[in-house]
Design a protein around this ligand. Structure first.
Ligand code: FMN
Length: 191
């Protein structure tokens, strides 16, 4: 093999290694970015859907992921509750929220799930909740895996009382799951 041929081969191998390293770091960075969504401490973003009866209040606290899916599920759950006559408050979890939720007849907590882990930000808030003995409680997650929903049990354990409903909304079946979230809102608000 000639000297210039060997040089060319070395250069090609070096370029290949650089490409593999760059793609690997990019994939790792992208994965870390997505999976860190559950740790993000969002600012308060309270949205209130006024109800027809001022005594019927529902609350949805959810941790969004990196896509719009978590927000779409929370919004459709809220629409269903609202159509059942409830005033619905939607917000992210955080220190800005009250821990005393006795004014709410219905309370929903929604978490993201990455690598089997629920959102620590939502978990911290749920651990601090008081006074929802008489409320209807929904705990839900937004994820992709059908064969594992341990995040629901983990989040349930952090709440001082048992939840009435546990649901997982699958992000790879968005259309039907968004409708299911709306229908669940109607069911919770109606029964
Ligand atoms: C690295 C990674 C790990 C994931 N781990 C889980 C998991 O353990 N359980 C699950 O149900 N979904 C898992 N998912 C799917 C996400 O929870 C699902 O895509 C979710 O809707 C993410 O929302 P986002 O796309 O808005 O960030 C994972 C996704 C990624 C990218």
């Amino acid at each position: 093999m000639g000297k210039s041929n060997r040089k060319g081969r070395k250069k090609a191998i070096l370029i290949l290694i650089i490409c593999i390293v760059v793609i690997g770091l990019g994939t790792l960075g992208g994965t870390l970015y997505v999976t860190s969504a559950g740790n993000v401490k969002h600012k308060s973003n309270e949205i209130i859907l006024p109800g027809t009866d001022s005594n019927r209040n529902a609350l949805i606290i959810y941790q969004p992921g990196r896509s719009e899916y978590g927000t779409t599920i929370a919004t459709n759950l809220a629409k269903g509750l609202n159509e059942s006559g409830y005033e619905v408050t939607i917000n992210y979890p955080g220190d800005f929220l009250s821990e005393n939720l006795e004014e709410y007849e219905i309370v929903a907590f929604g978490t993201t799930v990455y690598n089997g882990e629920l959102s620590p930000v939502l978990g911290d808030y749920v651990s601090a909740i008081k006074n929802i003995d008489n409320s209807k409680i929904l705990i839900y997650s937004t994820g992709m895996m059908t064969d594992n929903s341990s995040e629901l049990d983990e989040l349930s354990k952090l709440l001082y009382r048992k939840a009435d409903y546990l649901e997982k909304f699958l992000s790879n079946q968005e259309e039907s799951e968004v409708k299911r979230a709306y229908d669940l809102g109607i069911t919770l608000g109606g029964s």
